[in-house]
Design a protein around this ligand. Structure first.
Ligand code: OAD
Length: 236
């Protein structure tokens, strides 16, 4: 049995890379092809909503069609087999943790397969394209629908819950994230200061690699199942 009780797992784009979804900061990542100021800020959306809709329509189609990989499945096995709490805090807007069977998930950067009405703040499951012509099913207003994703300059979702979980965690694992984007990049320091053991599982050392007590580098589909098996056996 594992020596840990409360496990918090931060996930990023590297976890879904082997499912076929692009990461952001790798040489052929999304931010090498698009300027984030145009497609992932409230100002970009105000300037050119059609461009932002095109970008997320493309990503929504990609997210609709992908499957979870062995790393997502291992994390679902951990939640099912662990005696204590397992909370996944994901920066990913895909639905691959859910598809793999995880249940305790916080989408801190929102969800690509949901739409948000900027007028009445209602959210809706959304699998088809969005445009400036779409009407909100809740309030009936047209022209205010946007992807339910958190843009640069906006506050990530559920921060109070995340802060509480980091205070209670005795194990913090970060998977497939480059450590460039705050507040998520600060979670390792927060969990560590609260006494948690901290582990990085990533293809390469992240920006904040030196903040982790332990690091295992390799593809997520290899290192995550191996680490989960160690945890479930009680040898991690
Ligand atoms: P990044 O693209 O910044 O980082 C992905 C990390 O995953 C890098 O450190 C890669 O080395 C690693 N990686 C790539 N392939 C991997 C694999 N097969 N196995 C394991 N690791 C792999 O993505 P994030 O850190 O998730 O936010 O980016 C954070 C946020 O920045 C995103 O949520 C998004 C973005 O801008 C918003 O859009 C608000």
């Amino acid at each position: 049995m594992s020596q840990y009780h409360n496990i918090v797992i931060l996930t990023g784009a590297g976890l879904s890379a082997e499912s076929g979804l692009s990461t952001f900061r790798d040489p052929n990542g999304i931010w090498a092809r698009y300027d984030y100021r145009d497609v992932a800020t409230p100002e970009g959306f105000a300037r050119n909503p059609a461009l932002v809709h095109d970008f997320y329509n493309m990503r929504r189609r990609a997210h609709r069609d992908v499957q979870p990989n062995e790393a997502h499945r291992a994390l679902a096995r951990l939640e099912a087999g662990h005696r204590g709490e397992v909370l996944i805090v994901t920066q990913n807007v895909d639905a691959l943790h859910e598809a793999a069977g995880s249940q305790n998930i916080i989408h801190m950067h929102g969800e690509a397969l949901k739409a948000l009405c900027a007028k009445c703040r209602a959210t809706h499951p959304w699998l088809v394209d969005l445009s400036t012509e779409v009407t909100c099913p809740a309030c009936g207003e047209t022209g205010h629908m946007r992807p339910d994703v958190v843009w640069f300059g906006e506050m990530p979702y559920h921060m109070e819950r995340i802060t509480r979980a980091l205070a209670e965690a005795d194990l913090f694992i970060s998977i497939g994230t480059s450590g460039h984007v705050y507040p998520a990049a600060g979670f390792v320091a927060e969990a560590g200061a609260n006494g948690a053991h901290t582990v990085e599982l990533n293809l390469e050392p992240s920006q904040g690699a030196q903040l982790f007590a332990e690091a295992i580098h390799g593809p997520a589909t290899v290192v995550v199942p191996a680490y989960v098996e160690r945890l479930l056996r009680g040898s991690a």
